[in-house]
Design a protein around this ligand. Structure first.
Ligand code: CUA
Length: 326
């Protein structure tokens, strides 16, 4: 293969790989995302056709010999420069606008409502539950095939909530509640993220999104609504005592214990989540230790102070306790 061809082939592979993955609007797993992807492909196809025509005309004009025909040249400029773009753009605009009512429509009656608050730099998530709302953090689970209305807000700065695989995005503005309807259609694990610059760690607030079958979802929500399980291992029991002794309870809630702080994420079932620190660390004991002692290094500008001054065996015990909260 010629060197240039090899470069183009490699670029095509890399670029097409970037279209896949858990955070791709071009691999839709929700109704809104399907419409948006369809619109994108029509636009892309239209752009390719116009690009080919322009290049063909360019090639023709550079290879043609002989005098120019004034009348034909003027017709080409009026036709290609004004008429065709007007028709094509008007067509695409009409096609895009016709799609909008479906993308921004009201939630059907009986839809589940999930509240999400954008914090610096994590996500507070509240699910409706028979026993009152259940507060979780940095993870969203949804039943496949059911319409869900997200009501989003923020206490201080503007964030934007976007799960590209499921649908469009929406701003989280302090002082108002915005609504977004999403309808996941395909079971799988996706990724949501913040798409409005909100401070130093704007790029470090994402969240896993699991779309599961209805039954599995109901079981999960029941489990999340329960209070925290008592620590099993002696080291975890020591961690539970230290958690309150070192003041972690001032900011965090662990339902069923004396920890009732509301500033930071609810940690009742933190050990069972798919990630730590809002989508940036794996969920294991070592990651908990790192998070506790290097908080500001891992997530600059975060409101949680780091506890590097604590004895390392105390941090390990707290990490063991939190990791066990499934
Ligand atoms: Cu939150 Cu950017």
């Amino acid at each position: 293969m010629h060197a240039t061809a090899k470069v183009f082939a490699a670029a095509a592979v890399i670029l097409s790989a970037a279209c896949a993955g858990p955070q791709s609007a071009l691999m839709p797993a929700g109704r809104g995302a399907e419409r948006i992807a369809t619109l994108f492909w029509w636009m892309a196809a239209g752009a390719v056709v116009i690009w080919l025509i322009v290049f063909a005309l360019g090639a023709y004009s550079t290879t043609r010999r002989g005098p120019h025909d004034e009348r034909r040249a003027r017709m080409l400029i009026i036709g290609g420069g004004a008429l065709v773009p007007t028709v094509v753009l008007a067509g695409l605009l009409a096609y895009g606008l016709a799609m909008m009512p479906d993308l921004i429509r009201e939630a059907p009656p009986g839809s589940m409502v999930i509240h999400v608050t954008g914090e610096q730099f994590w996500w507070r998530v509240r699910y409706p539950h028979a026993g009152g709302a259940v507060e979780l953090a940095n993870e969203i689970r949804l039943p496949a095939g059911r319409a869900v209305e997200f009501r989003v807000d923020s206490p201080d700065v503007i964030h934007a909530f976007w799960i590209p695989s499921l649908g469009g995005k929406i701003d989280m503005v302090p002082g108002r509640v915005n609504r977004l309807l999403l309808e996941p259609t395909r079971v799988g694990t996706y990724r949501g993220t913040c798409t409005e610059f909100c401070g130093m760690s704007h790029a470090l607030m994402s969240f896993p999104v699991a779309v599961v079958e209805e039954r599995e979802f109901e079981q999960w929500l029941e489990q999340q609504a329960r209070p925290a399980q008592a620590p099993a291992e002696p080291i975890a029991a020591r961690g539970a005592t230290l958690f309150n002794a070192h003041g972690c309870n001032a900011c965090h809630t662990i339902r069923g214990t004396a920890a009732r702080g509301v500033i930071g994420p609810d940690l009742t079932h933190v050990g069972g989540r798919m990630s730590l620190g809002a989508g940036i660390l794996p969920n294991d004991v070592d990651a908990f230790v790192r998070w506790i002692v290097e908080t500001e290094k891992i997530k600059p500008g975060v409101h949680m102070p780091q506890f590097a001054m604590l004895p390392r065996h105390d941090v390990r015990a707290i990490a063991a306790y939190l990791d066990g909260l499934e």
